[in-house]
Design a protein around this ligand. Sequence first.
Ligand code: UD1
Length: 327
Amino acid sequence: MSRKILVTGGAGYIGSHIVRQLGEYGYDVVVYDNCSTGIPQAVLYGELIIGDLSDINRLYQVFGKHQFDAVVHLAARLVVPESVAYPLDYYSNNTCNTINLLHCCNVMGVDKLIFSSTAAVYGESNQNFVTEDAPTSPINPYGRSKLMSELIIQDYARASTLRYVILRYFNVGGADPVGRIGQNSRATHLIANACNAALKRQSELKIFGTDFPTPDGTGIRDYVHVEDVATAHIDGLRYLEDGGNSEVVNCGYGEGYSVRQVVERVKAKAISGVDFPVINGDRRDGDPASVTASIQKIKKMLSWQPKYNNLDAIISSALAWEKRKLK
Ligand code: UD1
């Protein structure tokens, strides 16, 4: 009998890639998504239930109807500056709703969870390659809302039979290599903005801060392809199915690129071949200078083997997706 997985946020950017891979691997998928940023057409496998995680009665109904083997929990808000402006939305959506989901898991006996967390829990790390046991000290409400969720999951797991894999994603980018799905909501992140500048859908690309303590003064991030991030969830599920213990693991490539380096690659002849204006702007609230992952643990614990660890591959697939959206 095929295993049934609940994916919260499965109509969103990362979630839709996970759902597609779960379907391809023969899992039975139910997506629960309020479609505030996700879209129904992005759900290529399984059943979509449009609902909000704050509606716990609805959630109990869904758990009552389906017998889930595991939950993959992504539904959340994720834009750092927005979290600074609307912290309560982030704590309600990200933290309180995670508690609702855990209540359902508890009552209905679901004991495997993959949780979508973030490198934002580390804040300003002084490690060049941040390891999972580095101090967590988020510098924005988004990171704090996710860290609180992690702690709640860990406390609940200690008091129950729940086992979890918490995946701390670094900067997810790119799109389905054959162009079926990609980011649909209005993107705020660097690669999408730079692609939109190359496509002349925005007049310029503004760099948020050129005075960071980094070699070229701009922020450094570890960009990871959404396909590989999705695969990490499948690997995490298999790990738990095989009886693995609860773990927190980074999901990045362990390579950092500055904003200027990313912009150069978007402009490169082999990628867009389009020059566009780049404006030096002020730092954005809540942005750390540099965040790059140590990835020994995910490779060892989950046997994760990324296939697209190449900045050009991430940018090219993102650009192809943005072009499709234009049509
Ligand atoms: C992203 C994720 C966040 C995740 C974090 C992990 C999104 C929306 N946010 O945040 O959920 O926790 O990675 O590290 O996916 N920049 C510009 N100009 C732009 C856009 C961005 O200069 O137009 C700069 C930013 O200041 C930053 C870098 O590019 O230095 C990356 O920013 P962004 O792509 O927005 O992602 P993060 O804020 O790092």
